[in-house]
Design a protein around this ligand. Structure first.
Ligand code: FES
Length: 71
């Protein structure tokens, strides 16, 4: 997942991924570039739990995803 990339590369993104991918926070909220949605095989679709949690994220866009759910 994108969260794994952040963790495995020791990227310093303060507070990113606070719940460690258990779908209990929105700290991994990202807004993807339109190009990521042009081909269905580029990103897995958002699941229902992810969409429900995104409703609580600040500044949500139609291109919002949770980084811990992007494969
Ligand atoms: Fe908490 Fe993604 S890390 S929902």
């Amino acid at each position: 997942t994108l969260l794994d990339v952040v963790v495995n590369n020791d990227l310093d993104l303060d507070g990113f991924g606070a719940c460690e991918g258990t779908l209990a926070c929105c700290t991994c909220h990202v807004i993807l570039n339109e190009k990521h949605f042009e081909r269905e095989d580029r990103t897995n679709p958002a699941g229902e739990e992810e969409l429900d949690l995104l409703d609580l994220a600040p500044e949500v866009s139609d291109r919002s995803r949770l980084g811990c759910q992007i494969k």
